[in-house]
Every structure is written in C-alpha cells, then in structure tokens.
Design a protein around this ligand. Structure first.
Ligand SMILES: Nc1ncnc2c1ncn2[C@@H]1O[C@H](COP(=O)(O)OP(=O)(O)OP(=O)(O)O)[C@@H](O)[C@H]1O
Ligand SMILES: [Mg+2]
Length: 317
C-alpha cells in the first residue's frame, strides 16, 4: 500500500500482535447496576496493543504494517478493525483471517474524570496462530514491535528480526518469568508497571527493574501512567516524569507510548529521546476522547515538545 502523504524515508515498522474493536462511550457518571445513563460521545474504532500502536505510528507519519490473527472473513468485528486500519493508511495485508474465529471486542465507558470501565469479549481461537513466513514479514521493516499476549505470533517475528539485526521492541503487558526467552530476544523491553512488578515479584518499580535487568541484555523500562517512565541505565534506576495534561481519556496511552517510542528510536537511535517523544505523544492522546482516535500527528507532537520544557530526569537509585 503506498500512501502519497507518507514519506518514503519515514520509519517502516511492523506491529505484530493483537487488535481489538473498541466501542467507546463517554458518560458523566457510570451507571449503577440496573441503572441507565446517557452517553455524550461515542466512537467505534480499532484497539488492542498492536492495533493501537499501529494507529499511533501511522498518525506520526510512519509506514506501518500490522500482522496478527483476526477473526474470519464473516466476522464483523475483524472487518471493522481492518476498515479502520485502511482509514489510517496501515498495511494489514499480512493479517491472518482465521477460519471459524472471531476477533476481540471491548466496550469502554469513560466518565468525566477520565476513569474507565471496560468489558472485553476475548478472541476465540486466535492465540494459537503463527505467521506463515516471518522472514518475509520483517524483510522490509526497520524495527518490530511485539507483545507477549500472542507469543506464537511474536516468537517467530522476533527470531526473524534478530537474523536481520533490527530493533525488537516488546510491550511487556502480561506477567511472565524474568528468564522468559522472548524477553531475552528483544533489544528493548518496555513494560507496564503492573506487568513488571508481577514478573519480577517486587512491588517497588526500581527494585523490580533491577531484578529483571539481571536476566536481560536489552534496554529495560517501565511506564507508570501519570507517574511517567522508569528505566535502567548501567544498573542505575532513572525516572522521567510524565507531561502534565488535562486528561480526558487514557485508553491506549501505553500502546501510544510504545508506538511512538519505536518510531522515534528508528529515527534517532536514542532511548531517552524516544521515551520523551513517546511520553509527549501519549500525553496529547490522553487529552482527547476516543482511544486512538485522539492520537496526534507528528506536527502536533513536535509543537508540544517545543512548547514544553523537557521533563527533568531523575536518578532514583
Ligand atoms: N494521565 C496521564 N497523563 C500524562 N501522561 C500519561 C498519562 N497516562 C499515561 N501517560 C503516558 O503514557 C505512558 C504509558 O501509560 P501507562 O503506564 O498507563 O501504560 P499501560 O499501563 O501500558 O496502560 P495501557 O496499555 O492500558 O494504556 C506513561 O508512561 C505516560 O508517559
Ligand atoms: Mg500497556
């Protein structure tokens, strides 16, 4: 798919993993059990870790391929997801439509404080699927972004990307073992705080990073919502605060951070710069309703970074 608006020099990234249909409503207050409320806003869009990251990268001007297992050709949820990918200019030709399966769907309610309530009907029969030809998937990309919810898909993608020597960034969002070979095969491990704590068996983020760092060669960081991001720098824990914004909807903030991080990493090769860029992209997204429908353009992120002072980096321990 060639989009005339996308620079042919822009980073080309493969997002391999899960995509979901998000049905998002804004309400003033959540309904009580048995009660009804009116929604003031409504959007149906694609979501999920890889699906969200793909949209974030596309909005930034990246060339992005989505690959992962989706429901079959009769599944309206999967068709809605791919229709949104098409609108965003995401190449989804490598998505696998799995016979007899249906894609995941989430119903999300956001209240006036930005708090969320989410119900997800999980995919059926998608997590077994592996790519037909992982080497072909990674042949023309500058980096891959995977997650550990669809391991059968992620492992061969990671192995193929290793053969090419390109960055392999993982969104660690599900608790695993510190010696999980999938993590060891990645150049960058960016966890959610919760997944990091569960994986390391340590409640303190800094201590948890150090436990996990003993098992990994790659760059290791953890995002902690409005508290920003922590990472290991030569065995020391560092912290970058999040940008302060008026939060309307933090749905998919982590996925936005990951997408923007890998995009900028390809551009500049510097992790701290990439995390600042990821924080800014995620912060802007949080100020708008509608999950990734609120993801910003590159020009918006550049203007935001120009206007805001770079967050002061702190050594934590
Ligand atoms: N309320 C917020 N204000 C400003 N920035 C935020 C806010 N929430 C998230 N961010 C930015 O997004 C990054 C990732 O968010 P978070 O740690 O919540 O991801 P997550 O736990 O993976 O959640 P999810 O994937 O469900 O969005 C944070 O490190 C921060 O930079
Ligand atoms: Mg996440």
């Amino acid at each position: 798919m060639t989009d005339p608006n996308v620079s042919q020099k822009a980073p080309r990234i493969l997002c391999a993993g899960g995509a979901v249909q998000d049905i998002v409503m804004r309400v003033d207050e959540f309904p009580k059990p048995g009660g009804k409320v009116s929604a003031t806003k409504y959007v149906v869009t694609s979501g999920g870790q890889s699906g969200n990251a793909a949209v974030a990268i596309a909005r930034l001007g990246g060339r992005v391929k989505y690959a992962g297992a989706l429901g079959d050709m009769e599944d309206e949820v999967a068709t809605s997801i791919t229709a949104n990918f098409a609108r965003e200019g995401i190449d989804y030709a490598s998505a696998v439509r799995v016979k007899g399966a249906s894609s995941s769907v989430s119903i999300v309610m956001l209240d006036h404080t930005g708090e969320k309530m989410i119900a997800t009907r999980r995919d059926s029969g998608l997590s077994e699927v592996a790519p037909d030809n992982a080497d072909a998937l990674v042949a023309d990309v500058d980096a891959v972004l995977i997650d550990n919810r669809y391991e059968n898909f992620a492992k061969p993608v990671c192995a193929a990307a290793l053969k090419r020597g390109i960055p392999r960034v993982i969104d660690l969002d599900r608790v695993t073992r510190p010696d999980d070979p999938l993590l060891a095969g990645c150049t960058h491990i960016v966890a959610s705080a919760e997944a990091l704590r569960g994986t390391a068996g340590e409640a303190d983020i800094g201590a948890a990073l150090k436990v996990l760092g003993k098992h990994l060669q790659g760059f290791l960081a953890a995002t902690d919502g409005p508290d920003g991001v922590y990472w290991l720098d030569h065995g020391k824990v560092r912290h970058m605060p999040a940008f302060k914004v008026d939060v309307v909807d933090s749905l998919g903030a982590g996925d936005t951070f990951h997408g923007a991080f890998v995009f900028r990493l390809v551009e500049c090769g510097d992790e701290v710069d990439a995390m600042r860029f990821g924080s800014a992209t995620a912060a802007i997204k949080c100020t708008r309703f509608g999950g990734l429908m609120g993801a910003p353009s590159r020009a918006e992120v550049d203007a935001f970074l120009k206007e805001r002072a770079a967050p002061a980096l702190e050594a934590v321990g």
